[in-house]
Design a protein around this ligand. Structure first.
Ligand code: ADP
Ligand code: MG
Length: 449
């Protein structure tokens, strides 16, 4: 397939794609859209930043328009249940659910209604919004189960299900919730799973949930976009780690942005403060921040008002901020999957990007073994002259929770399938570095709902 024109899309969607400057589908879009339009179940793998969102939204919008979906509750609505939405998109984090809904709103006609349903905002807001059920619900599992449990959301008419970041959705942190949600859906439905990474175990599990699925993998074996360069520094001390990050943030070009990932929330908080915090244009996002703070910070980052964002893995998946030119890993990430997804916040849509790791001498060996397995070229860089740190900022508030670091809670082993009512996202928590040694990407432990 060479152009969107050949898909003969409905005019509203075709116009919107043209306005966005998109002429040709990306490879995953070329592969997935026709299969999705045929009604096939789908297991789709393609690297970060390769346009997976539109690969599932385009067929969804097409179907809504061509089939003339009516608002739920309308007399001629589908047979399953007149109060039920028709499509459900599941995502592991609130910000990703919001982003997918924003993307849907860009391309869908206003008559195709939607709602993002996610935790951290007053549930009454969703109760109210769901009085007029939307055609498409995009949400995180915990909150979806809450509103379904109180019968504010009827899922019996869902015909079309998408799991974005599906390997994380089927990992132990979310699996029980996903199974519960699937039980609320009709068995006659189309289910499509998308991710950049699938471990063999998750693939087997995924297939068991699908009906004769088509499998499509773009560039199998390529884990990160080739437009991203990988490099690392070895630092002698903790102090030089922070100073180096400050130096790297300072050296990025005007209009370019950076993301810095740490494994634990307390490190994010401490690092953002030592880099000068918001007065120095450095924002922070962790599961300890209130949802309002998280959304404010991400909006400020998307708008460019904040040049840098320090985060845990809560921001590692799916977020699309095209101006992110470098991803810095404060330390060796807990597992290769985390490395792939964090790194994938740059180099979106074939743009160039850089990923930089700051390692202790002990971490270097482990890192080099990992890049060999991921078939990534990397190089060690010599330390630049380090810039002086700005005055430290007051540490950002953390939603009334402990000013320490939440490590006590994160260290607690989570029961399989335990509901994600807290928003832990410290991938090193229970899983440790097992994923590196096993030689195979292990999915990060948890998202949040
Ligand atoms: P993924 O989910 O694969 O990580 P996204 O769906 O977030 O990737 O898309 C990455 C970027 O590519 C987004 O900014 C999106 O607008 C852009 N994009 C999507 N489809 C196309 C296309 N056909 N041509 C050019 N850019 C595209
Ligand atoms: Mg995505």
């Amino acid at each position: 397939m060479v152009s969107f024109a050949e898909l003969s899309l409905t005019s509203f969607l075709a116009d919107r794609l043209q306005q966005a400057g998109f002429t040709a589908p990306t490879p995953i879009q070329s592969a997935a859209i026709p299969l999705a339009l045929q009604g096939r179940d789908l297991l789709a793998q393609a690297k970060t930043g390769s346009g997976k969102t539109l690969a599932f939204l385009i067929p969804l919008i097409e179907r809504a328009v061509k089939e003339g979906w009516k608002p739920a509750g309308h007399a001629s609505a589908q047979t399953g249940s007149s109060r039920s939405p028709r499509a459900l998109v599941l995502a592991p984090t609130r910000e990703l659910a919001l982003q997918i809904e924003m993307e849907l709103r860009k391309y869908a006609p206003p008559a195709v209604t939607s709602l993002a349903v996610y935790g951290g905002v007053p549930i009454e807001r969703h109760y109210r919004a769901l009085r007029q059920p939307p055609m498409i619900v995009i949400g995180t599992p915990g909150r979806l189960l809450d509103v379904a449990g109180t019968r504010h959301l009827d899922l019996r008419g869902i015909e079309y299900v998408v799991m974005d970041e599906a390997d994380q959705m089927l990992d132990r942190g979310f699996l029980r919730d996903i199974q519960r949600i699937l039980q609320l859906l009709p068995s006659q439905r189309q289910t499509m799973l998308f991710s950049a990474t699938f471990s063999p175990e998750i693939l087997t599990l995924a297939e068991s949930m699908l009906n004769n699925p088509a499998r499509t993998a773009v560039d199998p074996g390529v884990n990160t976009p080739t437009t991203i360069t990988h490099a690392y520094y070895v630092v002698p001390s903790e102090a030089s780690r922070v100073q180096l990050i400050h130096t790297l943030l300072q050296s990025s070009e005007a209009g370019e942005q950076s993301m810095v990932f740490c494994d634990q929330k307390y490190k994010v908080k401490r690092l953002a403060a030592r880099l000068g915090g918001e007065p120095a244009s450095v924002g922070a996002i962790t599961g300890n921040h209130s949802q309002a703070q998280r959304e404010r910070t991400l909006t400020a980052f998307r708008s460019g008002r904040l040049r840098s964002l320090v985060a845990t893995d809560v921001a590692a998946r799916g977020l699309d901020v095209p101006t992110v030119s470098q991803v810095i890993h404060y330390e060796l990430p807990g597992n290769p999957t985390s490395y792939v997804h964090r790194t994938g916040r740059t180099g979106r849509a074939e743009r160039s990007g850089a990923t930089l790791l700051i390692l202790s001498p002990q971490e270097e060996h482990e890192y080099l073994a990992m890049v060999r397995r991921l078939r990534i070229q990397t190089k060690r860089l010599t330390l630049p002259t380090l810039a002086t740190l700005p005055p430290p900022a007051r540490e950002p508030e953390s939603n009334g929770q402990s000013r320490h670091d939440g490590r006590g809670r994160d260290a607690r082993p989570r029961r399989t399938g335990e509901r994600p009512n807290s928003m832990t996202q410290d991938s090193r928590g229970g899983q440790g570095r097992r994923g590196w040694r096993a030689g195979r990407p292990a999915a990060p432990r948890r998202g949040n709902s």
